[in-house]
Design a protein around this ligand. Structure first.
Ligand code: GCO
Ligand code: MG
Length: 402
């Protein structure tokens, strides 16, 4: 199955997505996701200018060889742009292999290790009552796990809080919005918020919260300890993720389960976190951590150390990589939880999907490959629309982690 074409399509159906199309002489087409929120065109150029020409003529079945060729062959390793580009190729090749075999990708990865993939939804609100009502909506829709994010009273908008009736989406504006954040009120409010969830909905639902890299290690330790009574499934991104050592300190102070990794690109970003058992869930994503092939290695390493998976599944990863995550989630023995933020309209006019949601579990479907179609004609109606993630400042103006 020889590769005869590799093209990059940038479109914005609700948000910006970068999609790689690999065409083969068999007539089969594979789709990959190369979206890197706020830096989309850097990956598009990396692929178009450097990777696509080198794909032509290769055997699409040689997934591992092609991965190594682009990883080792570039000499420059890791980093979000490189690893997102390699991921897009890898995802498209798995899609092709599945289509060629007539099997869904999860079958190629070892077959179903569970009936379905537990996903968590995103409840949020500008006030506590609003967040609790949103939370109730997720339970009504059958979710078994829900993440709770709420604006801190008297504070700015807050991370993870949706606006109006649209799904939460962090990128907006052709220049980054600036937000203000102060840690004291946040640390006092979060236990109250999570306590309110438990008071109203009890302890059967899995409860999660994302601190979005905003705390110091000792602040994270305090938060983890303060929320122990509310028995979280995980506390996400307590401290800036690049500092693996920070987790050692947090771990000494709390039994709240810890998750991190949505900004990781490589197994080397989480080697110590996993082998020293400093976290409970690894949250790297298919599209930013080198594709199915590389994420599978991260998950296998994690399995050895009792760390479970928790793939990033924000709406800024396209339906192609979300489907890829579901296939991997189906097959790995140490699956933990899958994030499901959902995709804003009109993404559904461009991406056709086969996944299903039933009683809190998702299934990728049994179509050959990933089960995602991309409508190139429809994509033309939604041209690239530059948008950026917000920048965060403390109240004194100091730039802070967003
Ligand atoms: C999550 C993430 C997202 C990120 C976004 C950045 O938990 O899903 O924190 O909300 O902020 O993916 O592009
Ligand atoms: Mg997060």
């Amino acid at each position: 199955m020889k590769i005869i074409g590799a093209d990059v399509i940038v479109c914005s159906p609700g948000r910006n997505y970068v999609t790689l199309k690999i065409t083969t002489d068999s007539g089969l087409i594979g789709w990959g996701d190369a979206t890197l929120n706020g830096r989309e065109l850097a990956v598009a150029s990396y692929l178009r200018d450097h990777v696509c020409p080198q794909l032509i003529g290769r055997d699409a079945h040689q997934i591992e060889d092609i991965w190594q060729y682009f990883y080792k062959g570039a000499y420059w390793r890791r980093g979000p742009v490189t690893m997102t580009a390699i991921a897009a190729v890898d995802i498209a090749l798995w899609d092709l292999k599945g289509k060629a075999a007539g099997l869904p990708v999860y079958q190629l990865l070892g077959g179903a290790a569970r009936d379905g993939v537990m996903v968590y939804g995103h409840a949020s609100g500008g006030s506590l009552p609003e967040m609790l009502d949103d939370f109730a909506g997720y339970l009504d829709r059958g979710y078994l796990a829900v993440r709770a994010q709420c604006a801190v009273p008297g504070g700015d908008k807050g991370y993870g809080v949706h606006r109006g009736h649209q799904l939460y989406e962090p990128a907006s504006g052709s220049m980054p919005d600036e937000e203000r954040f102060e840690v004291g009120p946040y640390l006092r409010f979060v236990p109250e918020m999570l306590g309110a969830v438990r008071d109203r909905f009890g302890y059967d639902v899995h409860l999660l919260h994302d601190a979005h890299h905003r705390l110091t290690p000792i602040q994270a330790a305090r938060l983890g300890r303060d929320i122990e009574p509310f028995q979280l499934f995980w506390l996400e991104d307590a401290t800036p993720a690049e500092d693996q050592e920070a987790f050692r300190l947090i771990r000494q102070h709390t039994t709240t389960p810890l998750a991190v990794g949505e900004v990781f690109n490589s197994i080397w970003d989480c080697q110590h976190l996993i082998t020293e058992r400093l976290i409970d869930y690894i949250r790297a994503s298919v599209s930013h951590a080198g594709g199915i092939s590389h994420l599978r290695k991260i998950f296998s390493l994690a399995e050895l150390y009792g760390v479970r998976t928790g793939s990033h599944g924000a709406g800024d990863l396209s339906p192609v990589s979300f489907a890829a995550a579901l296939h991997l989630d189906m097959a790995v023995p140490n699956f933990g939880m899958q994030e499901y933020m959902g995709h804003r309209d009109p993404a559904g006019e461009v991406f056709g999907t086969t996944w299903t949601f039933n009683n809190g579990l998702m299934h990728p479907g049994d179509a050959p490959g990933l089960g995602v179609d991309f409508d190139e004609k429809a994509a033309e109606r939604f041209p690239y629309d530059p948008k950026y993630l917000p920048v965060n400042r403390r109240t004194d103006g100091t730039v802070h982690d967003w």
